[in-house]
Design a binder for this molecule. Structure first.
Ligand code: PMT
Length: 401
């Protein structure tokens, strides 16, 4: 399966390091040429000889390894690699990579790598949830690293919570997806909307919502990886648009509507993950509104925004239209109503009352309702995995046409 694939497997010093042996073995058995690089701490958890025996290649721990045929270890090892996967990635190694520190063979090799990069973080729950670790992971994500979120469960330290290395089979499935990406959406043009809209009150204030854009960006990225041509129309977010995706920044619902209508005729699939303001301020002030003595209340008159999804539904010719519904209650009922009312082909319902789904978090769990009457429930997973779940449903629907 992986003949002619060169994989650098980085292993950092956590208890889950022993699981890297199974992954190295699986990759090798499937034809990959696997080159392991371990941090010195990882070599305290699993002997390099184990990995050497499984991969039939010398394992790099020491940057100054030398011998017949050895050149500059951290440069040569990553040359022509198809993937650099760090499994497990400790908080320390992630922090070093985010900061560009190159103080051992593995971190030096990461800096020298010119191939897709993958990490599977694994650590104690508090270490994982620490803002420093979260920020470092976000930094890597923004740089295009593929991140596999840790699982929850019993950790080696005795704690129960997030931070566990996912099951080896799940990691293998993710590696397979990266090494042999399916091109099942090739030839299709996607329009994906993401993020919040902003509706001005005056030149310095506006009405917006909690959308981070993460769900929409994950869909754009997944569609791109599966071969689609993607236009991402996005409200303001802190995210970096995925490479290879056409990107259009908008602010208000009105500007998002214009961008969507302009692109609509040429699109095959539209995914409306953006959180669009239902109302805008009727008359935004031209100057900054001033606080006045004796005036304790201020009333803003709001008027209804155009419903972009409904408008696209009205104008639909050949497009497959996928809407979202962010609900805090009566999720199924409201989602089904929106599916019909907005003439969508699928409605992805998001229960945003959950702490682990919906706005701003990295995970999601959705239920897809289709116009054909199907109801598909996704597992709680990363937004990228949720994106692939939605795109699988899109592919299945297209196959029925
Ligand atoms: O961005 P994240 O932080 O990752 O969060 C993801 C998300 C929760 C924003 C996303 O998964 C989601 O649920 N997006 C839809 C949010 C929303 O606005 O839901 P709604 O129920 O208000 O709208 C229903 C549908 O109509 C949506 O597809 C929306 O894009 C669309 N709509 C709504 C109002 C409007 N004026 N025009 C629209 O097109």
């Amino acid at each position: 399966m992986f003949a002619n694939k060169k994989i650098v497997l980085g292993i950092s010093g956590g208890i889950a390091a022993y699981k890297a042996a199974d992954i190295a073995s699986w990759l090798t058995k499937n034809g990959a040429s696997v080159h392991c690089m371990m941090t010195p701490n990882a070599a305290g958890f699993i002997a390099p000889q184990v990995l050497q025996a499984l991969t039939h290649h010398p394992v790099v721990v020491d940057e100054f390894m030398s011998g017949p045929g050895w050149g500059i270890v951290h440069i040569d090892t990553v040359q022509n690699a198809d993937l650099f996967a760090v499994i497990p990635a400790t908080a320390n190694t992630i922090a070093k990579i985010a900061a560009g520190i190159a103080d051992n063979a593995l971190t030096s090799a990461v800096l020298a790598a010119n191939c897709p990069l993958f990490i599977a973080p694994a650590m104690n729950t508090h270490m994982y949830q620490n803002p420093a670790t979260q920020q470092n992971i976000q930094t890597l994500k923004n740089r295009g690293w593929h991140i596999m979120l840790p699982a929850s469960g019993h950790l080696a330290c005795g704690a129960v919570g997030e931070g566990k290395l996912p099951e080896v089979a799940a990691i293998e499935a993710e590696l397979q997806r990266l090494l042999l990406p399916s091109q099942d959406l090739a030839g299709l043009k996607f329009l994906v909307t993401a993020g919040p809209t902003i509706e001005p009150i005056d030149p310095v204030r506006y009405i917006t919502n909690k959308s981070s854009g993460k769900m929409g960006y994950a869909i754009a990225e997944a569609a791109r990886d599966r071969g689609a041509q993607v236009l991402l129309v996005s409200g303001h977010t802190n995210l970096i648009p995925p490479a290879g995706v056409e990107y259009l920044a908008v602010d208000s619902a009105a500007s998002m509507l214009t961008a969507c209508l302009d692109a609509y005729d040429g699109c095959d699939v539209v995914v409306k993950a953006a959180a669009v303001a239902d109302y805008r301020v009727a008359e935004p002030a031209a100057q900054k509104l001033k606080k006045a003595d004796g005036i304790d209340e201020m009333v803003l008159r709001l008027v209804k925004n155009p419903d972009i999804l409904a408008e696209l539904g009205r104008r639909k010719t050949h497009q497959l239209l996928i809407g979202f519904a962010a609900e805090t209650n009566n999720v199924e009922e409201y989602a089904r109503q929106k599916l019909v009312k907005k003439h969508a082909d699928m409605l992805v319902a998001n229960d945003v009352s959950r702490a682990d789904a919906g706005f701003d978090v990295d995970t999601n769990q959705v239920t897809i309702f289709t116009a054909a009457g199907d109801k598909l429930i996704s597992p709680l997973a990363s937004k990228r995995q949720t994106a692939d779940f939605i795109l699988d449903a899109v592919r299945a629907r297209l196959d029925k046409q």
